[in-house]
Design a protein around this ligand. Structure first.
Ligand code: NDP
Length: 433
């Protein structure tokens, strides 16, 4: 704590992992002897840089850019870039730390990293976004590479931003290095299913949790927070599997549509027109939009937090459980506060923590890297089948690990322990580096 003052989200993420690891250190005393915990908590490299850019009126702005290259024991650093005004080192470090274990759980050869900027893309023109992305890449390019560090999208960074950054990287380096970024467009090295992967994967994970309890998603009433990339495709897969999604949200308010969200309209508003959730209600008179509402007050059987960290508190978790919620799958990273997590674990509902539940996004990024490396592109069906298998395997691995370490059903422990052991063994094998 003293080494990383003020980084509250990072402290929260580390504490949650360490709380699971007691039995692991008893079983593997060598991890203690070679200070694996101390080493894993210290990023291999942290880069902070200035990003100057000009808006459409010619005014100069200075933002701060970050890339934290956390751990490369299993492969090149891999993790998204987040553009949001709340970004500071503590956010990027919590995300990078979580990414180490998530990437380990995917079974793919990828290390953990994360980056971003406190730049706010909201309300910016296309040209402003492009100039910002180009300026960001003029510094970032020297730190990344298909065998070194492979960034992707996250909050505020989607296909458009990845395109501008890839174009600038290609121009600076004079190399068509497709594997340097993932989340690319489909005609220039992107992978089918990457856009859908995090949302779909989260729902597949929930399906596995319910299956393990002899239940299914069929007919379940669901709420999904957020209305960005993860939320939209979680909603889509829930509909595919026979569930009914009645609510979603953004940082301004909550949309409730009892007969089920009109997904085509939501996609048009959010993905094409880049508008707000409140605009949905002007197309459907029976939909209710509540400014500053709380989505977790809406009764549901399945809840998927897919917006941002610490969006679901202890009080929210109590309300969900009281209203009959039987499953929670985290599409967002660390969306539930520690108090909320305790409520879910005590109530013994099916609770899928982010590291495991939302790992489908980065797993499909690794599939994109595989396609780039072999100069191939796979069909939607093949890629989705791979994603589905990966999610089934992650669930099996974390459920079995939870059982093996004496806490059956506690997938928080299962994910932390299974993710950690693989990285720790690789670090041990590579000596004191
Ligand atoms: P997007 O930018 O596409 O969407 C984010 C959504 O969350 C928007 O609806 C946004 O609302 C809302 N949101 C963001 N910040 C806040 C906030 N402070 N308070 C309330 N609502 C907020 O991002 P993604 O969908 O890609 O990411 C969502 C979450 O999923 C993040 O936690 C991310 O780390 C995680 N994730 C994403 C992956 C991916 O592949 N994209 C992979 C794994 C995890 P508004 O428009 O009002 O800001």
């Amino acid at each position: 704590l003293a080494r990383n003052p003020g980084e509250v989200e990072y402290h929260q993420a580390v504490r949650e992992v360490l709380e699971s690891l007691g039995p692991v250190l008893s079983k593997y005393p060598e991890f203690r002897e070679y200070k694996i915990i101390e080493r894993i908590c210290e990023p291999e490299r942290q880069i902070i840089f200035r990003v100057p850019w000009q808006d459409d009126q010619g005014r100069v702005h200075i933002n701060r850019g970050f890339r934290v290259e956390f751990n490369s024991a299993l492969g090149p650093y891999k993790g998204g870039l987040r553009f949001h005004p709340s970004v500071y080192l503590g956010i990027i470090k919590f995300l990078g730390f979580e990414q180490i274990f998530k990437n380990s759980l995917t079974g793919m050869p990828i290390g953990g990293g994360k980056g971003g900027s406190d730049f706010d893309p909201k309300g910016k023109s296309d040209s402003e976004i492009m100039r910002f992305c180009q300026s960001f890449m003029i510094e970032l390019y020297r730190h990344i590479g298909e065998n070194t560090d492979v960034p992707a999208g996250d909050i505020g960074v989607g296909g458009r931003e990845i395109g501008y950054m890839f174009g600038q990287y290609k121009r600076i380096t004079n190399k068509y290095e497709a594997g340097v970024l993932t989340g690319k467009g489909l005609t220039w090295g992107g992978s089918l299913v990457r856009t859908e992967a995090t949302g779909y994967g989260t729902v597949y994970f929930v399906e596995e949790m319910l299956k393990a309890r002899g239940d299914s998603l069929e007919g379940k009433v669901c709420t999904v927070s957020g209305s960005g990339n993860v939320a939209i495709y979680a909603i889509e897969k829930l509909f595919h599997l026979g569930a009914k999604v009645v609510a979603c949200s953004d940082s301004n308010g909550v949309l409730f549509h009892e007969k089920g969200i009109d997904l085509d309209l939501l996609k048009q508003l959010k993905e094409v027109e880049r508008r707000r959730v409140r605009d949905y209600a002007s197309y459907h008179s029976d939909a209710v939009y509540t400014e500053n509402g709380n989505i977790w007050d809406i009764p549901c059987q399945v809840a998927l937090p897919c917006a941002t960290q610490n969006e679901l508190t202890g009080k929210d978790a109590e309300a969900l459980v009281k209203n009959g919620c039987i499953a929670v799958g985290e599409g967002a990273n660390m969306p539930t506060t520690p108090e909320g997590v305790s409520v879910f674990l005590d109530a013994k509902i099916a609770y899928g923590p982010a590291k495991a539940a939302n790992a489908g996004g980065v797993a499909t990024s690794a599939l994109e890297m595989q396609q780039n490396a072999s100069r191939d592109s796979w069909s939607f069906e093949h890629t989705e089948k791979r994603l589905h298998e990966i999610m089934i395997n992650i669930h099996k691995n974390v459920a079995e690990t939870a059982m093996e370490f004496g806490t059956p059903g506690n997938l928080v422990n299962g994910a932390n322990i299974a993710g950690f052991i693989k990285v720790a063994k690789a670090m041990l094998a590579m000596g004191l580096v």
